[in-house]
Design a binder for this molecule. Structure first.
Ligand SMILES: Nc1nc2c(ncn2[C@@H]2O[C@H](COP(=O)(O)OP(=O)(O)OP(=O)(O)O)[C@@H](O)[C@H]2O)c(=O)[nH]1
Ligand SMILES: [K+]
Ligand SMILES: [Mg+2]
Length: 370
């Protein structure tokens, strides 16, 4: 029996099993098995281009954003509108057959937008080019799930299932669990919070299912059984996601208003050029990008050529962004800002580990090596 059939069998058994206290343990076991087979399905084979391999497109710029959606929702139309790259668009499905990268230039950042073929239900199980598409989604810093506002709400859930099946967790944080393998000593299981969605017995069963007889587990959050399995598998990708409803020119105001108020959601019309600037602004925010200006001693800041960084970047990262030798010759930096410096409008003297924030001006006096 192939892996796909085994997965199907387990899924059927799970569907047949009633969910209650008595079966919780057995269901946990099935879930663990299922997760293992799914992981197997995604393992790259020795042949290149085998399952689990994405499209061969180089990452470029400061971040990568992937467009995921059913056919003909307007992914290529969006790429053609917001980048200088043209991607073929048409009224028939599967117009786009490969990954097409474009670049969004915004606030000093170069954001790679990846147009991808449309996917269908079952993509994660290897139907069509779906597997390749969802594997490529894994390499993104932000996923845009593009939806047709004129179609049923069901599309969104179906896409979420496909991404979930390849180990992508959308808009979720990594569960707060410390897991350490050991060679001896048995299992030490501690929880710093009360577990209401899973229990110790289920967790011990799953550990046994994975043949983990010696390990330390410290659970610091009220996790579910699925989240615990994610921790054990360890290859889950936690990626932010924006739901983009296109073609709002073709729906009523009331529906549009309702969609626009959902979390992580933007409504647009590529054809009528509605809300596209706002979408890019939201992409910038969700990527957690910041721009930093550099300034030479005695000169005004260079407002035309900001350096783009990730949120959480430090002065050291800024140095490395300017020139590799700067951090090694570093003495101190001066930072002007209304946000990260407590002493604005005066400069704050900071070290390499200081975190930079959006719109900071960093003095290049210290950035030039002496
Ligand atoms: N009404 C309306 N139609 C749109 C809009 N944006 C795109 N379309 C139309 O939707 C159809 C599909 O557009 P594409 O950009 O080719 O869609 P796609 O998602 O790239 O499709 P595949 O590559 O086949 O997966 C085209 O006929 C577009 O003209 C929009 O904002 N409103
Ligand atoms: K199309
Ligand atoms: Mg397309």
């Amino acid at each position: 029996m192939g892996v796909v059939e085994k997965i199907k069998e387990i899924e059927e058994e799970m569907a047949r099993t009633q969910k209650n206290k008595a079966t919780e343990y057995h269901l946990g076991l099935l879930k663990a098995k299922l997760a293992r087979y799914r992981a197997q399905l995604l393992e790259p084979t020795s042949k290149s281009g085998g399952p689990g391999t994405g499209f061969d497109v180089q990452k470029s710029g400061d971040a990568r954003v992937a467009l995921i959606g059913f056919p003909s929702v307007g992914k290529s139309t969006l790429l053609s509108k917001v980048t200088h790259t043209a991607s073929e668009t048409a009224a028939y499905e599967f117009t786009t057959l490969t990954a097409i990268p474009g670049v969004i230039e915004y606030k000093g950042a170069r954001i790679q937008l990846l147009d991808l073929p449309g996917i269908v239900e079952g993509a994660s199980q290897g139907r069509g080019r779906g597997r390749q598409v969802v594997s490529t989604a894994k390499t993104a810093d932000l996923i845009l799930i593009m939806l047709d506002a004129t179609k049923s709400e069901e599309q969104r859930r179906l896409l979420e299932i496909e991404l979930d099946a390849v180990g992508i967790r959308l808009n979720k944080k990594k569960p707060d669990v410390v897991f350490k393998r050991k060679t001896t000593g048995g299992i030490t299981l501690t929880a710093t919070v009360k577990l209401t969605k899973t229990d110790e017995k289920t967790i011990r069963t799953i550990l046994a299912g994975y043949k983990l007889h010696n390990c330390d587990v410290m659970i610091r959050e009220d996790i579910t059984t699925d989240e615990f399995i994610d921790v054990l598998i360890g290859t889950r990708k936690y990626i932010p996601c924006l739901y983009v409803y296109n073609k709002i020119d073709a729906i009523g105001l009331e529906t549009m208003d309702r969609l626009a108020h959902d979390d992580h959601t933007v409504v647009i019309s590529c054809e009528m050029d509605l809300n596209l600037k706002y979408l890019i602004d939201r992409i910038w925010d969700d990527l957690g990008l910041v721009k930093v200006y550099t300034k030479k001693r005695g000169a005004p800041p260079d407002l035309f050529d900001p350096i783009c960084m990730r949120k959480g970047s430090t002065i050291e990262d800024v140095c490395n962004g300017v020139h590799r030798s700067l951090a090694t010759n570093f003495r101190y930096a001066l930072v002007w800002s209304g946000k990260s410096s407590k002493f604005a409008p005066y400069a704050q003297k900071v070290g390499l580990t200081h975190l930079v924030q959006d719109e900071d001006v960093v003095s290049s006096a210290c950035l030039t090596h002496t």
